[in-house]
Write a protein that binds this ligand. Structure first.
Ligand SMILES: Cc1cc2nc3c(=O)[nH]c(=O)nc-3n(C[C@H](O)[C@H](O)[C@H](O)COP(=O)(O)O)c2cc1C
Length: 253
């Protein structure tokens, strides 16, 4: 076939298009895979950070190994406060479960302190090798939803750590929830006084270490009381009766 043939020109152009399309599709697939992996890695880091493994993360230890060696995924039926195997925890997607009426539950308005409307029936929690529980929490921040994990000791009331992995708060203000110094004060705080959720976030500078309730008090964020109040409301919802209240009471019992 002559190089000047119209047919050959179209054939070459067509083949070039096919090759380029295949390459673009492959690149997109690799990128989607990579993005999904990076997202999973971020969540694993958050769970480990909340669970007290920040030093190992900072030291560059293998996150996947650290995670699989130390964390066990379990599902909790929030209505009964019992572990459940009704669905496969490995494939359970708590965020997706919120979207379906059969896997979600509406939150009575008077109990919806976190401003989320609906929550999944089952919570995907992690049990750390030392017995700590790393529990997912979410709720409305000042500018959008906040997603995080809070680690609680096996006594069901002592906080071990708190980390948000997604929020829309303002850098320098509400986004200071990510500041390691602010997060550090959560370790050792008591969620409950008896069976009542006692943990509160006070206005920045109003924390009194000698106050009777100091063990349940967090100093708020400078110039960001709204976010501080939202975090308090999120904690109060998730550790109340409609959240992890029954589960932690069972644990204590
Ligand atoms: C552009 C803009 C962004 C803000 N972002 C936040 C925020 O993310 N979180 C927050 O609590 N307050 C934020 N604020 C401040 C709040 O409006 C409010 O003044 C503050 O939360 C009050 O806290 P304070 O009483 O501790 O000063 C923002 C204000 C402005 C103007």
């Amino acid at each position: 076939m002559s190089n000047d043939s119209v047919f050959k020109t179209f054939l070459v152009a067509f083949l070039l298009c096919v090759v380029c399309s295949v390459l673009v599709c492959l690149a997109a697939l690799v990128r989607i895979d990579r993005e999904a992996y990076n997202k999973q890695l971020e969540i694993r880091k958050t769970v480990l950070a909340a669970g007290g493994f920040q030093q190992q993360i900072d030291a560059g230890e293998d996150i996947d190994k650290l995670f699989t060696d130390n964390m066990t995924l379990k599902l909790v039926d929030l209505a009964t406060g019992e572990f459940t195997t009704a669905v496969d925890s490995a494939t359970y997607d708590q965020k997706a479960a919120v979207e379906h009426p059969e896997t979600a539950e509406k939150i009575p308005t008077d109990q919806d302190l976190a401003g989320i409307g609906t929550r999944a029936k089952y919570a995907a929690i992690y049990q750390a090798s030392n017995g700590d529980l790393i529990l997912p929490i979410r709720g409305a921040g000042m500018w959008g939803p906040m997603y995080g994990y809070i680690a609680v000791a096996a006594d069901g009331t002592t906080v071990k750590g708190l980390t948000f992995y997604q929020h829309a708060e303002t850098p320098g203000l509400g986004a200071e929830v990510d500041n390691p110094k602010w997060k550090a004060q959560w370790a050792g705080k008591q969620l409950y006084k008896g069976s009542t959720v006692a943990l509160k976030v006070v206005k920045n500078g109003k924390y009194d270490p000698n106050a009777a309730d100091a063990t349940s008090t967090i100093d708020g964020l400078a110039g960001a009381s709204v976010t501080g109040n939202k975090v308090q409301a999120i904690i109060r919802y998730w550790f109340g009766d409609h959240g992890y209240g029954k589960f932690l009471a069972n644990l204590k019992g």
